[in-house]
Design a binder for this molecule. Structure first.
Ligand code: ATP
Length: 266
């Protein structure tokens, strides 16, 4: 997937309306959004903006999308990085990349820095030291401790495995707010399907709430995928609108794809 889509001059064209379900998290994020949008008010009161937020939970549940929406709702610049990009053979390369990432973000603040798969650099340090990884993590900590109270930068990290992370990363003033982003329940699945069928012509035979019931255990990404596959199948069948047979075939196709990738899941 292309993580740079919806980006115009580093500003994501994504709002909370694009994120279905996850109501509690959106509620919590509203506070952060208010901090960014009215930072002067908080600074006058002597309050400091949270520097780091951690999203954790299974893949495809909307962590990247939420981070983009925070940027969209605050008109912030958005910087995407994946933890694995920083893991290099040569000591110092990852640290240098972290430094330049924060430099760009500072220059174009307010900024959201999103670090996906943060466990790739932030997993627990152990006796068997890995210089490159440790230096990269140290640089991230230095940057987070270092950006001054006046620059509005929020770092959002994402991981599937909270338990792997080094405690130094989770300390107050670093990633001290943790939000679980889980798979959607039936109501959220319905909402996600509605978001992803909004601009698609649907035949009257399509009952979104019925599809939501049939897709227990599916992630947001898989539901988005079903909506797209259904549209593709409808085109292939020369239909004017997407009907329920196209959706059923799309669900089957997505399930089959999962079985190929991970035969133990289903
Ligand atoms: P990963 O851990 O694999 O990086 P993620 O949690 O960051 O996954 P996203 O990349 O945000 O997941 O989700 C992929 C796509 O799935 C989104 O771009 C969006 O199209 C769709 N999607 C996922 N969750 C939602 C949601 N809650 N509402 C609307 N669309 C969603």
């Amino acid at each position: 997937k292309n993580k740079d889509d919806n980006l115009k001059n580093n500003k994501p064209d994504v709002s909370f309306d694009d994120v279905a379900g996850l109501e509690e998290i959106k509620e919590e994020l509203h506070e952060i959004i208010d901090f960014i949008n009215n930072s002067q008010k908080y600074k006058k009161m002597g309050a400091t903006i949270p520097k780091g937020i951690l999203f954790y939970g299974p893949p495809g549940t909307g962590k990247t999308l939420l981070a983009k929406a925070v940027a969209g709702e605050t008109n912030s610049s958005f910087y995407y990085a994946s933890g694995s990009e920083f893991v290099e053979k040569y000591v110092g390369v990852g640290a240098k990349r972290i430094r330049s990432l924060f430099e760009k973000a500072k220059k174009n603040a307010p900024s959201i820095i999103f670090i996906d798969e943060i466990d790739a650099i932030g997993s627990k340090r152990n006796a068997e030291s890995n210089n490159e990884k440790d230096q990269t993590l140290n640089q991230l900590l230095v940057e987070m401790d270092g950006f001054n109270k006046n620059s509005t930068i929020v770092v959002i990290g994402a991981t599937n495995r909270l338990d792997l992370l080094d405690e130094a990363l989770l300390r107050p003033g670093r990633f001290d707010r943790h939000m679980f982003v889980g798979n959607p329940n039936v109501k959220a699945r319905e909402d996600i399907l509605r978001v992803h069928t909004k601009n698609k012509p649907l035949d009257a035979s399509v009952k979104i709430e019925e599809i939501a019931k049939k897709t227990h255990g599916f992630s947001g990404a898989q539901l988005a995928n079903i909506a797209n596959e259904a549209a593709i199948i409808a085109v292939r069948n020369n239909k004017e609108k997407i009907d329920i047979n196209d959706f059923d075939a799309a669900v089957e196709r997505v399930v089959a794809g999962l079985e190929v990738k991970n035969p133990t899941v289903l």
